[in-house]
Ligand binder design. Structure first.
Ligand code: SF4
Length: 394
């Protein structure tokens, strides 16, 4: 029997430096900082990561997601050298390496186009489509350039996905955003605004958890009314989970951070964080430039972080009807900004639970879920047959 491949992502902050000054950027205070990870540090990081996974007796896919700032401000040669190092260091039968990049796609010369086509396995493009918040230092909008470069990616047959950030400025354009991705045959992640890097940064375009939920409900309605399959995250995953919840013998999934951690954020200085605690120095797992990953994983600090995530799941998800189809990942690792903390310390899972409840309501209303027959009656919901989309990264 072939063993299941386990996946892990390292989101590596190559540098915080960026040619844009998107108004909501959570790295805003650092966008002028040109410090970048040196190749020697990357080599050390790879050695520290490989020494852990090489000893496991099952197949592992390690995906490095090169992030910033704007990661394509680095010269393409930097990444070609990174890929060479990977070939040398991750030369183990059980390890497969992939590389993705999350870019603002404003810097696309022929060398970078070649890098995206031949070097990276996945490309994520940041574009909001409405709102005018993604601007250059001059205040001029970057979007026309990005759209122009999206056409270049398409012409060059480069597979890519997009991320759009939800703010008050594009909240009223959900149908248009959906139509754009539909017409362009692109996969997309629609993410709520992330906490800013200083107080009042989001003044004028901040959104509440309930507004995020309303936007997601609109996306669900658009998705359900469409005869075409459009890969919109987190809607697609939520629909799939509700379907699973009502399907006999559907697989269950419980997020177990202690057993397998699927995503690490690596800051420019080598400090490693869980996504939920990114940049909280009290919650660093340790430094991957000078400590083997095995030491980081077993550190008392990391064990405390695991315990906290487990407690969040225990207090919140164990009471939730969707737990098992939803793994509890949103509460363990997700953006806590959009959840309410109750007096007893439990978390009110407003967006993730709310959207699953809404999907459940809609599927019943449409007669798609038939509890008596245990059937799902729309071909579109044969979700396992959908191939994986090109990923957009956090
Ligand atoms: S919907 Fe929210 S509360 Fe329910 S299992 Fe998922 S993360 Fe936990």
């Amino acid at each position: 029997m072939t063993q299941e491949t386990k996946k892990v992502q390292f989101v590596v902050k190559t540098s915080k430096h960026c040619n844009l000054r998107c108004r909501y950027c959570y790295e805003f205070a650092e966008l002028g900082n040109k410090n970048a990870i040196a190749l020697a540090q990357i080599e050390q990081m790879f050695l520290n990561i490989a020494s852990y996974y090489q000893n496991l007796d099952f197949p592992i896919e390690i995906e490095f997601v090169w992030h910033g700032g704007e990661p394509l401000l680095q010269k393409p040669d930097f990444y070609w050298q990174v890929f060479d190092l990977q070939k040398k260091i991750f030369n183990y039968e059980n390890i497969q390496v992939r590389n993705g990049v999350q870019t603002n796609l404003t810097l696309l010369d022929s060398q970078r186009l070649k890098l995206l086509k031949e070097g990276f396995d996945g490309v994520g493009v940041s574009i909001d489509l409405f709102g005018g918040l993604r601007v250059y230092q001059t205040g001029i909008e970057s979007q026309n350039k990005v759209l122009e470069n999206i056409d270049k990616l398409t012409d060059a047959n480069i597979d890519f996905g997009c991320i759009s950030v939800l703010t008050k400025k594009n909240l009223d354009f959900i149908p248009e955003i959906y139509s754009f991705y539909r017409e362009m045959n692109l996969s997309a992640r629609i993410l709520p605004l992330f906490k800013g890097s200083f107080e009042n940064q989001h003044q004028g375009f901040e959104i509440t958890a309930y507004e995020v939920l309303e936007a997601y409900k609109k996306l669900v309605d658009l998705w359900l009314a469409d005869d075409k399959f459009v890969w919109i995250s987190p809607i697609y995953e939520a629909i799939k989970q509700v379907i699973y919840h009502y399907s006999p013998n559907a697989p269950t999934s419980f997020y177990d951070k202690r057993e397998w951690e699927s995503i690490y954020i690596v800051d420019v200085d080598g400090e490693v964080y869980s996504y939920a605690d990114a940049y909280a120095i009290t919650h660093t797992h340790g430094n991957i430039f000078n400590q083997p990953l095995a030491d980081l994983i077993s550190s008392s600090q990391h064990q405390k972080i695991i315990l906290e995530a487990e407690e969040r799941i225990q207090e919140t998800c164990s009471q939730c009807k969707f737990f098992g189809s939803c793994s509890g990942y949103p509460i363990a690792e997700g953006n806590r900004q959009y959840n309410e903390i109750n007096q007893d310390g439990s978390i009110n899972c407003i967006v993730d639970k709310g959207i699953r409840q809404y999907i459940e309501y809609r599927l019943f209303e449409m007669g798609i879920i038939d509890v008596n027959k245990g059937e799902i009656t729309l071909d579109k919901f044969n979700l396992n047959s959908q191939s994986s989309p090109s990923l957009a990264y956090i």
